[in-house]
Design a protein around this ligand. Structure first.
Ligand SMILES: Nc1nc2c(ncn2[C@@H]2O[C@H](COP(=O)(O)OP(=O)(O)OP(=O)(O)O)[C@@H](O)[C@H]2O)c(=O)[nH]1
Ligand SMILES: Nc1nc2c(ncn2[C@@H]2O[C@H](COP(=O)(O)OP(=O)(O)OP(=O)(O)O)[C@@H](O)[C@H]2O)c(=O)[nH]1
Length: 437
């Protein structure tokens, strides 16, 4: 499981600029494709071989200039509880404000590691000014300029040198670990209860260190699986219950610790921005995915078109990742809840698919011959053969060709779609790599 880093600070100190700087120029690992829209809230970063998740608290409020101090304080509190390291951003051009002092006071009270970042230090003259931040009582300020990038490499070095070693405590790798995630009130607890009620077969309940995930083993309906839960949840108070930021930061840990995510959406609301946020975290973590439309019992006058309309709406919003099972169920009436587990197991098995090289080439080469990569600036790209990589977490395929760099995202998508048409890869992301040969 990865470390989680949260960026906090008052509006306008440059949180989103720093987030973009850290995630874009230093290779956000999953977003490397050109043309993918990046959301500012969550990303995975790789620095010197270490992968971590980074969250920008500011991303959760639309017009953050107007947000109340109370809201900022709440977010800082959640970050303190849930993140591993906090980057506290201040603005060296503007200097210390009352709100900075309030946030610092909150941060000083806790034991969590806080890195004080003095942003907008675009030149040496400004570096000297950052001395005023010592008064915040959080140690040395780190001078960075999110805009021109200076200091950010050192900041990342320091950040990763402070990571705690995370031991993945999932006991057996051959059993699927399933996380049930979704926005507040969609029915996550109800589904877990429906699946596990009167359950007498709980074999183990392995709790890791405080912030790690808990894996509970179930042996039910002929299926063995772990349900992933996050430690430290129960002490949450009412105030935080409806905060999207809170539900997201909680979801991140469960998602990272699982193989398969069951994303619950509410039938009475269909698919909304908050659902899409969680969906994209699942995608970025390359997990198996099943979308469950819960509370299906509340939809009146269902006819064959109803499901079709729902499915369409979901696939439109989640494009281009549309090869995902969608199940309509009710945690309350228990309709189709076992189907969810069956499909989860199917997706888990699909992730282990091994396609023989001969089969890949027999099917894909004629397709490629018929629709070759487009000629780009006079360069003709020839794909010679394709093979699957072994020992990968998700199915990963290498296409050998003369000019790998000239194969762009649309053609890779075309190849992926062809693979999905010819092999059942539903519910799992796949990797397509181009290599020179
Ligand atoms: N000079 C300078 N300006 C910066 C730097 N980083 C950010 N800014 C500017 O500061 C302003 C605020 O930046 P944002 O990244 O939107 O700040 P934020 O903290 O995310 O703000 P909220 O969305 O309101 O929470 C923008 O005009 C940025 O261009 C920097 O390193 N140097
Ligand atoms: N009609 C109907 N109501 C449901 C169903 N599933 C859950 N509910 C109701 O929806 C409400 C929220 O359910 P929870 O299981 O607490 O939702 P949750 O996602 O765990 O909520 P948070 O803990 O806030 O994240 C409760 O009142 C449930 O009784 C369903 O399938 N049908």
């Amino acid at each position: 499981m990865n470390n989680i880093v949260a960026i906090v600070g008052r509006p306008n100190v440059g949180k989103s600029t720093l987030f973009n700087r850290l995630t874009q120029s230093h290779q956000a690992i999953v977003d490397e494709e050109e043309g993918t829209t990046r959301d500012r809230q969550y990303s995975k970063v790789e620095w010197c071989g270490q992968i971590f998740s980074i969250i920008d608290t500011g991303g959760w409020v639309l017009n953050s200039d107007d947000i109340f101090e109370e809201e900022i304080n709440k977010q800082v509190q959640i970050a303190i509880e849930e993140a591993d390291i906090i980057l506290f951003l201040v603005d060296v051009i503007h200097g210390t404000t009352d709100l900075d002092q309030q946030i610092a006071a909150l941060l000083r009270r806790e034991k969590k590691l806080v890195i004080l970042v003095s942003n907008k230090a675009d030149n040496y003259k400004l570096y000297a000014q950052s001395a005023e931040f010592y008064a915040l009582g959080l140690g040395d300020p780190y001078n960075v300029s999110a805009i021109n990038g200076s200091g950010t490499g050192e900041l990342l070095d320091y950040l990763i040198s402070n990571f705690t070693k995370k031991v993945d405590n999932k006991p057996e790798i051959t059993i699927p670990a399933i996380a049930i995630v979704g926005k507040p009130n969609v029915g996550k607890s109800s589904l877990i209860n429906a699946l596990t009620n009167e359950e007498r077969n709980i074999v183990t309940n392995i709790a890791g260190t405080t912030r790690d995930s808990i894996y509970t083993l179930y042996d039910k309906f002929g299926l063995k699986f772990y349900l992933v839960d996050t430690a430290g949840i129960c002490k949450k108070k009412k105030v935080e219950e409806n905060s999207e930021y809170y539900s997201i930061i909680r979801a991140i840990r469960s998602i990272e610790s699982s193989d398969i995510c069951i994303l619950l959406i509410d039938a009475t609301q269909c698919i909304m921005a908050q659902d899409i946020n969680i969906f994209s975290i699942i995608q970025k973590n390359e997990k198996g995915l099943i979308i469950v439309v819960n509370k299906w019992d509340l939809i009146q006058n269902k006819n064959p078109k109803t499901i079709y309309t729902f499915e369409n709406a979901i696939r439109q919003r989640t494009a281009p990742f549309t090869d995902v099972p969608i199940i309509f169920s009710s945690a309350q009436t228990k309709k189709r809840i076992y189907k969810i587990l069956q499909v989860a197991k199917e997706v888990y098995d699909i992730r282990q698919i091994k396609i023989p090289t001969s089969q890949l080439n027999r099917i894909l080469l004629p397709i490629i011959a018929k629709t070759p990569p487009p000629i780009n600036k006079g360069k003709v790209v020839r794909i010679k053969y394709v093979t699957q990589l072994t020992n990968t977490i998700i199915p990963s395929f290498v296409f050998f060709c003369n000019l790998p760099k000239w194969i762009k995202t649309p053609y890779k998508r075309f190849l992926e779609n062809q693979m999905r048409k010819n092999w059942k890869l539903t519910g799992t992301p796949i990797n397509i790599f181009m290599r020179e040969k």
